[in-house]
Design a protein around this ligand. Structure first.
Ligand SMILES: N[C@@H](CCC[C@H](N)C(=O)O)C(=O)O
Length: 287
């Protein structure tokens, strides 16, 4: 059965999403539906597709359990249709949509995700600030010297990297001074060792100055994107760990091809992401 659904196209530093308004919790976002909508030629186009649904209507028990803290669930799928636990840019666009529609308090609120409840608030000029929760090492025992993986990109010696969990998996590469970040071929997925069973997002980082880095990212389930909020947080955390104590130099500034975001490292391993979100267009689509 096909149905007509309201959609909004939005982006956060050019990491773009198709938002589907399912405020009554009436349909499921399938892999095929997400991939078709995200297709840039035959669909609407996006790095991901987000269904906006009441948390109480979620199929997953762990998500429904968040309903007391977060009325709305960000049901996220990558452009290839795969499910992701969390999306740092997506949650900011999602929050802006809820505010515009009057579905959530303008002063801030919790958003339910597969990676737990994320608290959002608004700055000026459609800046959305999100407490991404607490990060952890993928494997703390392996990460003693700040590196616990190797990443292979065509034409280069393997790069050392650190695996971090921001709700979703990340592998952050410290790009050596001899390698030009812009020259890396990210048209195919970098090979990561140890091989991550559930896949990983891979961030390539260069320092620009104290508390300031530049990053490119290859997203799991998408390919190279112009920005990735969880990846930006992972990159700032990894660089902070590699650099040692940089107290007094927060927030971190992270430049990506799609723009600039800020990251604050908070107590209890919490990390806060802040940057612009934009709602571009509204329409309806048959699904
Ligand atoms: N673009 C997102 C991350 C989206 C999910 C990711 N591709 C995954 O599969 O984990 C962000 O802004 O964080």
């Amino acid at each position: 059965m096909s149905r007509t659904v309201r959609f909004t196209k939005g982006h956060g530093t050019r990491n773009d999403f198709v938002l589907l308004d399912d405020r009554d919790g009436e349909f499921a976002l399938t892999a095929a539906m997400a991939a078709a909508l995200a297709d840039r030629r035959s669909g609407i186009g996006g790095d991901g597709v987000i269904r906006i649904a009441p948390t109480s209507s979620a199929r997953e028990d762990e998500v429904r359990a968040q309903a007391d803290d977060a009325a709305w669930f960000m049901d996220y799928r990558n452009a290839d249709g795969s499910v992701a636990e969390m999306c740092g840019n997506g949650v900011r666009v999602f929050a802006l949509y809820l505010r515009r529609e009057g579905l959530a308090p303008a002063e801030g609120f919790g958003v339910a995700t597969r990676g737990g409840v994320k608290r959002v608030r608004f700055g000026g000029d459609d800046t959305v600030i999100v407490d991404m929760g607490s990060w952890r090492y993928e494997d703390e025992s392996e990460a003693a010297d700040g590196m616990d993986a190797l990443v292979h990109v065509d034409g280069h010696q393997p790069f050392s990297a650190l695996r971090l969990d921001l709700g979703n998996p990340h592998t952050v590469v410290a790009v050596p001074p001899s390698v030009d970040l812009d020259e890396l071929d990210l048209t195919t997925a970098p090979q990561v060792n140890p091989n991550p069973v559930a896949g990983t997002n891979v961030e390539f980082v260069k320092p620009l100055g104290r508390g300031h880095i530049r990053m490119r990212v290859h997203e799991r389930g998408v390919g190279e994107t112009e920005s990735c909020g969880t990846g930006i947080c992972a990159a700032a955390i990894a660089t902070h760990l590699w650099a040692g104590d940089l107290d007094g130099h927060e927030p971190w500034i992270v430049d990506v091809p799609g723009g600039r975001l800020q990251v604050r490292l908070l107590p209890d391993n919490h990390v806060e992401l802040s940057g612009p979100a934009v709602l571009v267009a509204d329409g309806t689509v048959q699904i």
